[in-house]
Design a protein around this ligand. Structure first.
Ligand SMILES: Cc1ncc(COP(=O)(O)O)c(C=O)c1O
Length: 484
C-alpha cells in the first residue's frame, strides 16, 4: 500500500514512512530538532512518523559491529550467529527449541508441514489477520476454515472456533493480532478436548504475555516473523518457529534445509529457508534492546489511552481492548470508528500518518476467490476491515509527538462529527470493553483519568535519534495494493 500523507510517504505493509515534501522539510531534508533554531526559520516540528526503521543511535555501533563481524567471518549460513540467536530467542519465548527460517510465512508453512498437516486436513484460522496466516495453510496443502473474530478484540472467537471443528480438523492457528495475545487458555483446552494441534501465529507478539507466560508458549508451536517493521525486526526477511517438541524441531531443521540432514541426502522435499548469519547477528543485538523498546510502546499506548479516554467513553472512537491477564506487545495501536475513512482523511490533513490493518480480509482477497472459505460469513472481520485505523506506534515516538497525535485525533473526531452534522452510528463500547480499557489506561474506578504527566513514563531518547534523510530510504518494503 502506498498512502500519501501530509509530509510523509507511507510505503510499507507495516507503515514505514519516508520523508516527503512537508511544511517541516527544509532544502537539506527534515529539520533536526537538536539543531538550534535559526531566527527567521520555520519552527514547525518535524512530522510524526508512523514507524521508524532506522536503528536508534544507541544501537548503531553494536549493529554495525555485528554486521562487520559476519561480513569478515566467511560464514554466512547455518553458522554460529544463527545457533546463538536460536538459543537466545528460545529462552526469550519460553520454549526449549527455536528453528529460525527465512520469513514468518515460511515459519507458519514449515511448522504445519513438520507436523504432517497437508492435503485432506482442515485448519482453523481467524477471519481477520494478515493474509500470510491463510497462505501458509494453502501452501502446506491443507484447507483453510475461517473463524470469525470476537467483537472488539479482533482475536479468534473461541465459541466460533468450537463450532467450526469437524472430522477433518487437524489444527487451530490463532493470531496474536496487533500484539494482543489470543485467548490461549481457552483454545488450548479446545485443542486438548478434540485432539487438535495448536500453532500460534505470534508474528506480531514478540514480548507479549498472557497470565505471565510469553504469548507463543501456550501453543504446541509458535511462528514468528522478523520482518523489519515488527517489534523484533531484521534488516531483511526472517522468521522462526519455537516449540518444546524436539521431534518437531528436528524435522523443521530438515525442512528448512532441502529436506536434508546430511549433505546430498534428501529425506523429503524440503525448502531453502534459513535465517542467514547477517540477520541472526542483527536480531541478537535487537533482542537485547527489545524489553526497553516494548516498555516504550506500552507507555505510548497508555498515553494514547489516557488522552483518548473521554472520546472513547462518549462513544466517538473505539480504543484497543486489553483482555484480562494480557500484556500486549503493542505492535500496532488500532482505533475503531464507523467513520474511519473520514477520520483518516482528517488526520491526514493534520499531518498524522495512519494505516489500515487490514482493509480487505483474506476471505475477500482475489487469491481466495475460488475457495469455499471465501464464501464464509465473517461479519466481525468485515466490520473490522471497515472500521480499523492504526495510529503511529513505536519506540521512536516522543512524549511530545504522542501528545500531538492525541490532540490531532481529538480535533479530527470533532471535525468528522461536525461534518456529519450528527453523531449517529457512534462506536458504542460494551460495558466490559470500557472496564478493560480503563484498566489498560490507568483510570480510576470513578472514570477520572489520573493526572500523571505522560513524559514521566517515557524514557525519552535524546533528540539525536532523528536521522539524515537517506537513512529513511533503507529497509523499506513496498506492499502490493492500490494506493489509497
Ligand atoms: C500476523 C502475521 N502472520 C504472518 C506474517 C508473515 O510474516 P513475514 O512477512 O515475515 O512472512 C506476518 C507479517 O507481516 C503477520 O503480521
Amino acid at each position: 500500500m502506498t498512502a500519501t500523507t501530509a509530509g510523509t510517504r507511507t510505503t510499507a505493509r507495516e507503515g514505514t514512512t519516508t520523508p516527503g515534501p512537508s511544511r517541516a522539510t527544509t532544502a537539506d531534508g527534515p529539520r533536526d530538532p537538536a539543531r538550534p533554531a535559526t531566527p527567521g526559520v520555520d519552527r514547525t516540528p518535524p512530522p510524526v512518523r508512523f514507524l521508524d526503521l532506522v536503528p536508534p543511535a544507541a544501537l548503531r555501533d553494536e549493529l554495525e559491529g555485528a554486521l562487520l563481524r559476519v561480513a569478515r567471518s566467511g560464514r554466512y549460513l547455518l553458522g554460529p550467529e544463527l545457533e546463538a540467536f536460536e538459543h537466545e530467542f528460545a529462552a526469550f519465548a519460553g520454549a526449549r527449541h527455536c528453528v529460525a527460517v527465512g520469513s514468518g510465512l515460511d515459519a507458519l508453512t514449515l511448522a504445519l508441514r513438520a507436523r504432517g498437516i497437508g492435503p485432506g486436513d482442515e485448519v482453523l484460522v481467524p477471519g481477520q489477520t494478515f493474509v500470510a496466516t491463510w497462505l501458509a495453510v494453502t501452501a502446506a496443502g491443507a484447507t483453510v476454515v475461517p473463524v470469525d473474530v470476537a467483537p472488539g478484540t479482533h482475536l479468534m472467537d473461541v465459541d466460533a472456533a468450537c463450532a467450526a471443528i469437524g472430522p477433518r480438523t487437524a489444527a487451530i492457528v490463532p493470531v496474536d493480532l496487533y500484539g494482543h495475545p489470543a485467548p490461549h487458555p481457552e483454545l488450548r483446552a479446545l485443542c486438548d478436548a478434540h485432539g487438535l494441534w495448536l500453532l500460534d501465529d505470534a508474528a506480531q507478539a514478540h514480548g507479549a504475555r498472557l497470565h505471565g507466560r510469553p504469548a507463543g508458549s501456550w501453543a504446541d508451536a509458535a511462528a514468528w516473523s522478523f520482518y523489519p517493521g515488527k517489534n523484533l525486526g531484521a534488516m531483511g526477511d526472517g522468521g522462526a518457529v519455537t516449540t518444546d517438541d524436539a521431534d518437531l524441531a528436528r524435522r523443521l531443521r530438515r525442512l528448512r534445509n532441502y529436506g536434508s540432514e546430511q549433505k546430498y541426502v534428501h529425506l523429503e522435499a524440503g525448502a531453502n529457508s534459513r535465517l542467514d548469519e547477517l540477520q541472526a547477528a542483527v536480531l541478537r543485538v535487537r533482542l537485547r534492546a527489545l524489553p526497553a523498546a516494548n516498555a516504550h510502546r506500552t507507555a505510548v499506548a497508555a498515553a494514547y489511552g489516557r488522552g483518548l479516554a473521554d472520546l472513547a467513553a462518549a462513544g466517538r472512537v473505539g480504543l484497543p481492548v486489553v483482555t484480562a491477564g494480557a500484556e500486549p506487545s503493542h505492535h500496532l495501536h488500532v482505533l475503531r470508528s464507523p467513520h474511519r475513512d473520514a477520520l483518516r482523511d482528517a488526520l491526514d490533513r493534520e499531518g498524522v500518518p495512519t494505516l489500515v490493518h487490514y482493509p480487505t480480509p483474506p476471505a475477500r482477497q482475489p487469491a481466495f476467490a475460488g475457495l469455499a472459505a471465501a464464501r464464509a460469513s465473517l461479519p466481525e472481520a468485515d466490520r473490522a476491515a471497515a472500521e480499523v485505523l492504526s495510529l503511529p506506534m513505536g519506540p521512536h515516538l516522543t512524549a511530545d509527538e504522542v501528545g500531538r497525535v492525541v490532540a490531532a485525533v481529538c480535533r479530527a473526531v470533532l471535525a468528522v462529527d461536525a461534518g456529519r452534522g450528527a453523531v449517529e452510528g457512534r462506536h458504542r463500547p460494551t460495558g466490559r470493553a470500557v472496564a478493560d480499557r480503563r484498566a489498560a489506561v490507568g483510570r480510576s474506578p470513578s472514570g477520572r483519568p489520573d493526572a500523571r504527566d505522560p513524559s514521566e513514563e517515557f524514557r525519552l531518547r535524546p533528540a539525536d535519534h532523528r536521522d539524515p534523510p537517506d537513512h529513511h530510504e533503507r529497509g523499506v518494503r513496498t506492499a502490493a495494493g492500490a494506493p489509497r
